[in-house]
Design a binder for this molecule. Structure first.
Ligand code: NOJ
Length: 781
């Protein structure tokens, strides 16, 4: 694994290689660049301009087109030769990448290298916790390191670009893709977005062992009607600016080289063809400099959406709106039609040129003209690096959230129970431990909960496992019909007799054991793309299994695994301890076992409000109060309107005391700052982590504002008895918001509440004053 320092030094090396007088091709070595764009003394933008001047309209239309490649080299070499692609996605074999690249840079007229993209979502070979689990760590530095490792592995096989991070703020757990993001909050989401961009890209685009980040899906995709994947989205501008867009703005500020536009209609205009969104907001207001790619078939989908007349119209309308590259299954509409559209006067050539320039500039910045090929032998060493697995284990440990721990049921004492049963559909399922959006994993090296516990206990106990139940898979999912090398297919369905036998076997095992570790939750493919659910109950026969095992009177601790919050009321009523593990990745089982037996102390916090019932959805902590406070006027008569677990919640094996906030400075005036400090003490007997959170609330102003909003957090580790001061900076960026009447960023003077604590229910309170008069605030740039 490379450190940042090493990467930065290597970057300096590459700069010398790319831009030095004698660098590059043989012709350059002789002092004469082969073409103006091979002149490494020019900037990437100048080289792109020079190359653009040599291109035909057809070559330009090919350059803005990207195709999925699920198939053999022989099938795709002709596609490259046809000149109808500038990029391919889903090729991951370095030998095939090199062969396809050879076609591009040796056989094609202008020898323009391809840029290879892939869904590097939560790891490449080493699989990390799913993104919502990474967010639960509340540890941007750890998440940055995770994506740095993912980038190194991806780059080693010849990839240049990740369709990641997904930075959609999601407040509806029915939506399956909630697993791919950082949860419900724009502040936490922005921190995670920026961290991931830094991890993927390193200090600058073109840093060796790094790849371009492509934050997605711009914008609003997570607010799909009814949580139904791909459905329409209606979002007021105030929600867009204050909730949905901040993580994108943070990713752009961190230097993201690419953005993926979203599939759906945003307020009746497909996001892929939304000029206001892709050009006015993304470039004008946020200052984005890279290129925008559509989601898969997003450009052509405008026809399905009854927006574009036909595919030619669709290609014109998306590129004109600012969507530079079309991602496509099969031939792209752009490659097929844009040249003719320019000739027919339906698209200004300058618009096509603008998109081509953005894509070529990225290829030059990545050094692809100097270094189009990848070292096939070196890839194996990088993918096998044990340091990467250590990063995965630490990340999985940091993602764990302790939901319940009555009577300090956890941690367990190793050796205290001689027969241990690890039961449940996910208990010994390697594929489920990896989570969705993982394709290049190594299944044998993936550690399940059972394996983790067995290895942890060694000779001190007999550890056995049984699934007890089988979960119905979410078939067909997007990738079910496609064979991807190495990707596991689900186990065949059990018949009724087998189901009955397995159930009894699991209960009998529990009966013969002193301790049961029961995994409950969802199979990995029950969340992710095309994996929305209409309810949030435990699927299948799991509750019956929980009841049957519970009736035995044994000690039972529950490990939940899912990519979304689930309705856990009956389990919560009866299980003394519940550890939520998301999907931990390659080393997930090791991390869970270490937490269960107290080698590590869980310190993650929920990045999303956990509802009691699906009927409460959407439910989020940063709501406004209208009519009367919730405590005084019920919102439902049949259930409480409060969640099961609030945003930011998570227990520890130790206890912390957090003192009243102390404000220094104020009133907060334009350009000024105040600080909020608190003292945090570990009052328990174990070392542990606390995530100290800061929330604010504007009491009055030109808009009703949320009851509280997260504006700062620090994850700290304290030894027993240790006390530490934690300080938050509050400037105008903390109190500004986008006002729907003014239609701009503003600051309203007045009194603000501030709370510090261990969750969004934090109760240590103070106030501060924002002085001056109502004023405009600085936007994102
Ligand atoms: C569709 C998904 O919406 C997107 O997130 C992904 O990156 C592309 N397909 C490519 O697989």
């Amino acid at each position: 694994m490379r450190s940042f320092k090493l990467a930065a030094m290597a970057l300096a090396g590459v700069a010398a290689m790319s831009f030095g007088a004698n660098a590059g091709t043989a012709q350059q070595a002789a002092g004469k660049p082969a073409t103006p764009w091979h002149n490494a003394a020019l900037s990437p933008e100048q080289r792109a301009q020079a190359l653009l001047r040599a291109m035909t309209l057809e070559e330009k239309a090919g350059q803005v087109s990207q195709q999925f490649m699920f198939g053999a080299f022989e099938q795709f070499a002709p596609v490259v030769r046809s000149g109808k692609v500038g990029s391919l996605l889903f090729v991951t074999d370095p030998a095939i990448i090199n062969r396809l690249q050879k076609v591009a840079v040796e056989e094609m007229r202008l020898k323009i290298p391809l840029i290879f993209g892939y869904d590097v979502i939560h790891g490449f070979r080493t699989i990390f916790p799913v993104p919502i689990g990474n967010a639960a760590s509340w540890d941007p530095a750890s998440v940055e390191q995770v994506q740095q490792v993912a980038a190194e592995e991806a780059r080693a096989v010849g990839l240049h670009w990740a369709f990641s991070p997904m930075v959609d703020i999601a407040r509806d757990p029915r939506w399956g893709r909630i697993v791919e993001g950082a949860g419900e909050d724009p502040f936490l989401g922005a921190a995670m977005a920026a961290a991931q961009v830094r991890g993927f890209q390193g200090p600058a685009i073109g840093t060796p062992s790094h790849i371009i980040a492509g934050p997605k899906h711009f914008a609003g995709y997570a607010a799909a009607d009814g949580g139904r994947d791909y459905d329409s989205v209606y979002i007021a501008d105030t929600q867009l600016y204050n909730v949905i867009l901040p993580p994108f703005a943070a990713a752009v500020q961190a230097g993201a080289g690419n953005i993926m536009s979203a599939y759906m209609d945003l307020n009746d205009v497909p996001a892929v063809a939304n000029h206001w969104l892709l050009t006015d907001v993304l470039r004008g207001q946020m200052g984005f400099q890279g290129w925008v790619v559509s989601d898969a078939n997003g450009t052509k989908n405008q026809v399905i959406q009854h927006f574009a007349r036909d595919e030619a119209d669709a290609a014109v309308r998306s590129i004109a709106a600012g969507n530079d590259m079309e991602m496509s299954f099969g031939p792209a509409a752009s490659a097929e039609t844009l040249a003719a559209s320019v000739r027919a006067g339906k698209l200004p050539q300058a618009t096509l040129d603008r998109a081509v320039l953005r894509i070529l500039t990225a290829k030059f910045r990545m050094g692809l003209f100097e270094q189009p090929f990848v070292d096939e032998a070196a890839a194996k060493t990088v993918l096998a690096d044990p340091a990467h697995r250590a990063v995965a284990q630490r990340a999985a440990e940091r993602a764990l959230v302790l939901l319940k721990n009555d009577g300090d049921a956890l941690p367990l004492v190793a050796g205290a129970n001689k027969r241990v049963a690890v039961i449940g559909a996910m208990a010994n399922s390697k594929r489920d431990m990896l989570g969705p959006w993982a394709f290049q994993y190594d299944l044998p090296e993936t550690v399940t909960v059972f394996e983790g516990v067995r290895d942890r206990l060694g000779a001190s106990a007999t550890v056995e496992t049984a699934p007890g139940v089988q979960l119905k898979r979410n078939v067909p999912s997007m990738f079910e019909s496609i064979t991807i090398p190495g990707v596991a297919k689900p186990e065949p369905r059990w018949d009724a007799a087998r189901a009955a036998r397995e159930f009894e076997r699991a209960v009998a095992l529990a009966k013969a054991s002193d301790l049961v570790i029961l995994t409950l939750g969802e199979a990995e493919d029950m969340s992710g793309e095309g994996a929305s659910r209409a309810d949030l109950k435990l699927p299948g026969d799991q509750l019956r299994l929980f009841d049957a095992i519970g009736a035995l009177g044994k000690k039972v601790v529950v490990v939940t695994m899912s990519g979304r919050p689930l309705e856990l009321d009956q389990v919560l009523d009866r299980a003394p301890a519940i550890l939520h593990a998301w999907y931990g990745g390659t080393r997930g089982g090791t991390a869970i076992a270490r937490a269960l037996f107290g080698d590590v102390n869980p310190g993650g916090k929920l990045p999303i409000t956990w509802p009691r019932s699906v009927g409460q959805v959407p439910i989020y902590y940063a709501h406004n109060t209208t009519h009367s406070p919730k405590e005084q006027a019920k919102r439902y008569w049949d259930i409480p309107s409060t969640p099961q677990f609030e945003f930011g919640y998570g227990l520890s094996y130790t206890r912390f005391a957090i003192s009243e906030p102390r404000i220094t400075g104020g009133p907060l005036l334009p350009g000024g700052r105040i600080t909020v400090s608190t003292e945090v003490t570990n009052t328990g007997t174990r070392a542990g982590d606390e995530v100290v959170q800061l929330y604010i609330h504007q009491r009055a102003g030109r808009a009703s504002r949320p009851v509280r909003e997260l504006k700062g957090f620090h994850r700290i580790t304290l030894q027993p008895g240790e006390r530490r001061s934690v300080t938050f900076d509050v400037g105008e960026n903390v109190v500004r918001y986008w006002n729907g009447a003014v239609k701009d960023w503003v600051v309203d003077p007045g009194t603000f509440d501030v709370w510090v604590g261990a969750s969004s229910n934090a109760d240590q309170h103070a106030t501060f004053v924002v002085g001056g008069s109502p004023r405009p605030a600085k936007g994102w740039k």
